[in-house]
Design a protein around this ligand. Structure first.
Ligand code: ARG
Length: 300
């Protein structure tokens, strides 16, 4: 498995690079429960040693890729008993250094909350974040999995339904004082927003229409002019194309069709493919394995 690094020429303003990420090495990653349709514990158990090795190699390749893009990477360690903790995108939402900690829907992931909370307090003591706060206890919200900052529009796109509560979108709006566009997710395959939609640095928005109900598809079309809106097909959606990390003009993702690669390259992006298929067995990919600590709003 090799990463294909392709480049193209147009200059896209790099807003926020070198960036800072939170990642978690897969020391105790496994698929032993089923909280989304991708997860098959029997498949994992039938071949767990090899799959664990593959996960470690894929994760290290991803880590090295971000290092080569000069991103700073903070690491949180993964204790036993929290196999999905590698998906740091689900730890919280961070904008302007202010952290809102996640509250997981499923009891299987709730034990991660205290580990992430401790780690964010540590980052606060080091001055890497400035505030660490909580959602009200009655709300569910799964971090960047369901709340993505659009640096071009200066808004959050927020998903609700399978995991996060609709009311959490209002809370995010109040907490950060930024507009939140709430989108209802329909399917148990596309259960998080970050596998269903992705705003890019220059204003384009990738999305998988089938992940959303009609009303939410309408909202997306009202917000994003046709020349910036890129509907992806089923093949790309099932390869987790929307679960990308965009750093300047580079797009890091697991796999992408040639058709979509050409569209993105024509818009000035370079595609860096880092296959992380083993994490797909848990229903996650590149973006899920990271949390952006560096998202900033334009102030003043
Ligand atoms: N197994 C995990 C879950 O179902 C995968 C999370 C993927 N993360 C994400 N940001 N989409 O919660």
């Amino acid at each position: 498995m090799s990463s294909g690094i392709t480049s193209s020429s147009k200059n896209i303003k790099d807003r926020g690079s070198p960036g800072r990420l939170l990642m978690c090495a897969p020391d105790n990653f496994s698929v032993i429960y089923n909280i989304n349709e991708w997860m098959q514990p029997q498949t994992w158990l039938s071949n767990s040693n090899e799959l664990k090795r593959n996960a470690e190699q894929e994760w290290h390749h991803l880590y090295q890729t971000f290092q080569s893009l000069e991103m700073s990477i903070d690491l949180v360690s993964q204790p036993p008993g929290v196999p999905d903790m590698v998906f740091t995108a689900n730890s919280g939402v961070v904008l302007d250094g202010r952290v809102l900690l996640s509250r997981f829907r499923h009891k299987e992931r709730q034990p991660e909350e205290k580990y992430f909370a401790q780690h964010f307090e540590l980052l606060k003591s080091k001055g890497i974040v400035v505030a660490v706060d909580e959602f009200p206890a009655e709300l569910k919200q799964e971090g960047v999995g369901d709340c993505i900052w659009d640096c071009k529009r200066q808004i959050f796109w927020a998903g609700y339904g399978p995991r996060s509560s609709k009311e959490a979108t209002l809370y995010i709006q109040k907490y950060y004082g930024k507009e939140v566009v709430a989108l209802e997710l329909l399917s148990s395959l596309f259960y998080h927003l970050d596998i269903s939609l992705s705003p890019l640095n220059s204003g384009e928005v990738l999305y998988y229409p089938e992940a959303f109900n009609e009303q939410s598809q309408k909202i997306i079309k009202e917000r994003v002019p046709a020349h910036e809106l890129i509907a992806i097909d089923k093949e790309d959606a099932f390869n987790f194309v929307c679960n990308l990390v965009n750093v300047g003009d580079k797009i890091v993702l697991s796999r992408c069709s040639n058709k979509l690669k050409n569209i993105l390259q024509a818009k000035g992006y370079s595609i860096i493919e880092v296959p992380v298929d083993t994490f797909g067995l848990a229903g996650g990919s590149v973006c899920c394995l990271t949390l952006r600590l560096d998202w900033q709003s334009n102030k003043g």
